[in-house]
Design a protein around this ligand. Structure first.
Ligand code: BGC
Length: 267
């Protein structure tokens, strides 16, 4: 199997007399590139995370160099997982909705790997957050299909079924009432238009209804910065599937990337 696609969560748990399984994750965001060592038994970061500013322009080679700088701060050697805010299949970037278009068609896995001489798995940013939230966070007690949505500049999505990720869903680009979901209900839309939570929640509801009509998830997990104010807007939603806020704070991307990188060593 050729697979850079993290289609499963990290399996199993370590026996009590073995040291914690560790992984390394990097979360590439619009303003910062964050990384850290992850205890894969608990989903907690081991020590602090390091954040460096995202280079401008955020071209593949500039980002790869910043990733290497973050990794080297830890002296980490071993596989690492890296998030990317678009579709990635087998390490190759397919879309760039809100990032530098020069990423499209590049082999991000090889570009990053050659800076560090380590194995790299590149996965979608929301997929990483979804893996982490489903295993250690807001979805840990839910069996069946869990859908995580990140509300930020765009809308990212992750579908996880009993811990197994179905990668590269792009619900942010679904057409909802004649408009792309992320143009309707990303939190950037609310900021730009100065909308109240009531007004924005109506748009979010429309997006959630389209998704739940198509796939009947057990649970929606809401991620992105706006999750911090979940008590102000989640109760306003009118869709039928329960919605809860993500709980891993801003480490979910790092944790999910580390999970993807260490999956059974099959990548
Ligand atoms: C991209 C997704 C990404 C999301 C959040 C969307 O525009 O298409 O792949 O997960 O933004 O960054």
């Amino acid at each position: 199997m050729t697979s850079a696609d993290p289609t499963t969560a990290a399996p199993g748990s370590a026996a009590s007399d073995t040291p914690p399984r560790q992984g390394f994750g990097i979360d590439v965001g619009g303003s910062g590139i964050k990384g850290g060592i992850v205890d894969l038994d608990t989903g907690q970061l081991i020590g602090d995370r390091v954040k460096l500013p995202t280079p401008r322009p955020a071209t593949p080679s500039a980002v790869a160099k910043t990733i290497a700088a973050v990794v080297n701060e830890f002296g980490w050697s071993g596989p690492l997982g890296v998030t990317y805010p678009g579709v990635v299949t087998h390490g190759i970037v397919r879309t760039a909705a809100n990032v530098d278009k020069s990423w499209i068609g590049t082999n991000a896995r090889d570009i990053i790997s050659s800076e560090l001489n380590e194995q790299v798995v590149v996965l979608n940013d929301a997929d990483a957050a979804g893996l982490a939230e489903a295993r250690y966070g807001a979805g840990k007690d839910t069996t069946g299909v869990v859908v995580l949505l990140t509300f930020g500049t765009g809308i990212g999505s992750a579908v996880i079924h009993n811990g197994v990720l179905m990668p590269n869903t792009e619900f942010g680009h679904l057409e909802v009432g004649g408009k792309e979901a992320e143009h309707r209900a990303a939190s950037s839309v609310r900021d730009r238009r100065g909308w109240s939570y009531e007004k924005w929640a109506k748009q979010v509801t429309k997006v959630l209804v389209v998704i739940e009509n198509a796939m009947c998830p057990e649970l929606f997990i809401a991620g992105g910065g706006i999750r911090r104010n979940a008590d102000k807007w989640v109760p306003l939603l009118k869709n039928r599937t329960p919605v809860v806020a993500a709980t891993l704070e801003n480490s979910a991307g790092i944790v999910g990337a580390a999970m993807a990188a260490t999956r059974d060593g099959t990548h």
